[in-house]
Design a binder for this molecule. Sequence first.
Ligand code: GLN
Length: 560
Amino acid sequence: MAKKKKITEKNLPDCKYIFVVGGVISGVGKGVTASSIGRILSDRGQRVTAIKIDPYINIDAGTMNPVEHGEVFVLDDGDECDQDMGNYERFLGIDLSRTNYMTTGRVYQSVIERERNLQYGGSCVQVVPHIPLEVIRRIEEARIKTKANVVIIEIGGTIGEYENILFLEAARMMKLKNPSSVFFVMVSYLPIPSNVGEMKTKPTQHAARTLNSSGIQPDIIVARSKMPLDEKRKEKISMFCNIAQDRVISAPDVESIYDIPINFEKEGLGDIICEVMGMTCSIVPNENSKKWAKFAKSAHTPKKELKIAVVGKYFNNGDFTFSDSYLSVIEAIKYSAYTCHVKPSLTWISSLDFEKDPKSVKKLSQFDGIIVPGGFGSRGIEGILMAVEYARINKIPYFGLCYGMQMMVIEYARNVLKLKDANTREVNPDSKNLVIDVMEDQKEKIEKKKMGGTMRLGAYPAKLKKGSVAGDAYGLDTISERHRHRYEVNNSYKDALEKAGLVFSGMSPDGMLCEIAELPTNVHPFYLGTQFHPEFSGRPLSPQPLFTAFIKACIKNKKK
Ligand code: GLN
């Protein structure tokens, strides 16, 4: 058999670029569509990478409120980005880097820096072409870095907005230069007004025309709707959007997003994309696609339900997006639950409720497990501490993620070490017992209000204690997980906490930073917190080990 030639930067494969744009309304699943197309193509043997373009001015997503904008996803290299980057990593099973993420802010920043460095050689620097050219340069940079032969680029926002027009212009310029390598998928939405009861194609027609006015013709239209599209709708879209009928793909609502790549294949999308792009792709089903199908099926099969309470402070907003703020947590729970053949049922509990009515903390007894996810600031903290204490005393499996680990340590210091005013500097800098304190290198940043992209961010290694809950769950001596925090366990309390029974089972390799805290299994069935965010490394085909250990403990707890 001929040996496969190693891909280096000098012999990069020819590349196809698939732009995914959204029409009609936002929130119809552009990110999942882009991820699913990536999954289909990687199952068919292509080397796929994905780029997210966000039209806002922010340099990254780190400074934005997750309740309004969704989760801030963190990459290995510490980039704080849009939650869609998490979808790409999960669907594609790859690690991405900051090269795969751009915002209007980043693009302008580069152009302005270059202008200040006289790199434009005296010419007038203009919005067009210099901004789109920088967008194209960044897409190329990502292609080269990832050595991909398919680059999927999702342009945020909706067609017709001012904000993303320059990104569409970049895409148009790429198509003009290389027509056989650049393709457009328009994800659209077909409403079914309740008074009419009929699926309407008009908004999609308008979206296609608006896209046309940017000089772009969609190659494929993914038509999202509540129901599958009938032939009549496909015919209409074909006629009025100037597109072959078989290139209109029906994408009805689904129970599990992981069915989408499978549904797309059923609709012929894989074959169509390969044909449209003139690429030879391996056929499906194959080993890869079967693995995915097996996982997707596992989402539907479990009968037994596991009741998990997620306790935090963001849940009182009464809007639709709060669960988006914890997207990776939700998905990581699912992967581990599915491998254990159970279905997670999450209940979002606002810790403010416990503060108002301390007795109500008892309602946690009906849950098989409790999670306290990451968070910032002082609101709702006392309520969270009540939940943490309740979980510890009543031996309910508890999993603390970042802030959830810091809360564990504060609760232990207050109620076991009897340091009644134990706290974190973030909440009460005047406390005499700051068991959680600011990291040394963060002090100046906070003082000078240098807050953007300055936390301890991204993947750092940790050494695990043999025989600990964490050590057994990972089965490794050293791990690497992603972080996003400014505060840490104060080492001057470490000995006292350990003597009182808390185990620091994960430490930074220099022994200076506590990365995991836990109680031994003879004391508590599962009581563990991580300074890092294990949820960012949960993948459908390789669930995160600590989430799996937590789920197993919840199952055991349920049986009791
Ligand atoms: N607010 C805490 C810190 O900055 C925890 C952060 C988090 O949960 N991501 O250290």
